[in-house]
Write a protein that binds this ligand. Structure first.
Ligand code: HEC
Length: 394
């Protein structure tokens, strides 16, 4: 769209309405003038003419955890107002479905992507199309600047690349790819430049990921081959064909599956919580560092958003020591301090050795997503026990 239209629509109306009747990118501004004549304004960009596709992943199985050789059955559905649905307007290979095993656990980007309402990658692509980047860059071929694909390949393994590239786009400069300089983009916000970089870096990744069918079964074995306990990231995304004036939009869903053992110190919330790190060698017989929480009388710990589908038992590993731990009651409940009781176990005062013991709680009657509450109770104001891990058994 060339030029700027200005439509002055509303004066002094509290809830203005406007229906857009042509596609395009519109800036909606609100200006306010006070009695002294001082003026302030703010604006947002609206994209009209291409609805964001809808995409969902339905799974049959647990959506929080994986186990050795466990199987995830999944089905992806896609619906786009302009393009149709999967099988009717949208073909199987237009949906990118991948499962990646990350040995090192999760990095922040993945989490941000999971929680972002609008896909980061779709946003980055949109911003690039609405800036001047394409006058010097193409996705696959070199033009005035290097291709985005080549940039992605070059920085694929470099974890500090994002920060560097954001600054380079903002400041411009030459010398990395040749003598020609990139224009500076001083007005570009860090977050927008960041989305652009995420998108550029994602391009070269596409040939190392496996494109799975839109419905099928996946067996969790990669962690066994690598002898590690990382996370599986299951992602499905669809980029639509784009409207007349609006570029294509991408929708993405991500599911993260982790090992079925949570270290007790990774609680999400609680009351009178206390965690400790015991270094190797400081206690006789302890040859690995140990992280634990202390169950003070009246304290509780919460582990949020756990899918109990297919889980029969929660195994809580506790430590006791007669000098510090006095025994009492350990109670598991669902969803709140006063929620459904899973089981209340009486813990005797610790014996002489600091050995771990396993307490098993039967959860087979529960299904679906819950917050798990672990409560410690005693008549005396002394700790009941310490907890190291919580495991979810099938
Ligand atoms: C005037 C032409 C021009 C425009 C406009 C332009 N670029 Fe560039 N870009 C270049 C050139 C030339 C290089 C190579 C610079 C070098 O060798 O250091 C480059 C390099 C890059 C790099 C890699 C930087 C590095 O150090 O490896 C990225 C990422 C990039 N551009 C993104 C963008 C984005 C995003 C936009 C739009 C906001 C954009 N560029 C707009 C010409 C341009």
């Amino acid at each position: 769209m060339n030029g700027v239209w200005e439509i002055r629509l509303f004066q002094q109306k509290k809830k203005p309405h406007y229906t857009f009747d042509h596609p395009g990118v519109f800036t909606v501004s609100l200006g306010v003038k006070d009695e002294e004549g001082a003026f302030g304004s703010s604006s947002i960009k609206l994209k009209v003419g291409n609805a964001l596709p809808k995409l969902s992943i339905d799974i049959n199985g647990n959506s929080s955890f994986y186990w050795d050789n466990s199987i995830l059955s999944y089905q992806i559905s896609v619906r786009d107002e302009e393009d149709g649905t999967l099988g009717a307007g949208i073909t199987e290979d237009e949906v990118v479905t991948t499962i990646d095993y990350l040995q090192e656990g999760l990095d922040r980007n993945v989490i941000a992507m999971e929680h972002g309402a609008l896909s980061q990658l779709g946003m980055g692509r949109f911003l690039i199309e609405n800036s001047d980047c394409n006058s010097c860059h193409q996705e696959e071929k070199k033009s005035i600047g290097p291709s985005f694909y080549a940039i992605s390949k070059k920085y694929q393994m470099d974890s500090s690349a994002k920060k560097y590239l954001v600054e380079k786009i903002q400041n411009g400069g030459a010398g990395v790819w040749g003598e020609v300089a990139m224009a500076a983009h001083p007005a570009l916000a860090d977050s927008d430049a960041g989305s652009m970089v995420d998108y550029i870096l994602s391009l070269g990744r596409q040939d190392i990921v496996n494109n799975l069918p839109t419905s099928g079964k996946y067996t969790f074995q990669e962690h066994m081959k690598k002898e590690s306990q990382g996370v599986y990231v299951f992602t499905a995304s669809y980029t639509d064909k784009g409207g007349e004036m609006i570029g294509p939009l991408t929708q993405q869903q991500t599911l993260i599956l982790r090992k079925p053992i949570i270290s007790a110190v990774n609680f999400d919330d609680g009351l009178r919580t206390q965690s400790m790190n015991i270094e190797a060698g400081t206690v006789p017989g302890l040859d690995e560092a140990l992280a634990l929480i202390i169950g003070e009388a009246g304290s509780y710990y919460v582990y949020e958003d756990i899918d109990f589908k297919g889980i029969s038992t929660v195994n809580v590993t506790i430590l006791q020591h007669p000098q510090y731990m006095n025994g009492g009651i350990l109670e598991l409940r669902m969803d709140s301090v006063g929620g459904a009781i899973i089981q209340s176990l009486n813990i005797e005062q610790g014996l002489l050795d600091l050995g771990p013991s396993d307490l098993k709680f039967n959860v087979s009657e529960f299904e679906g997503m819950h917050d798990l509450y672990m409560l410690f109770k005693s008549h005396e104001n002394k700790p009941i026990c310490a907890v190291t891990d919580i495991a979810f058994l099938r």
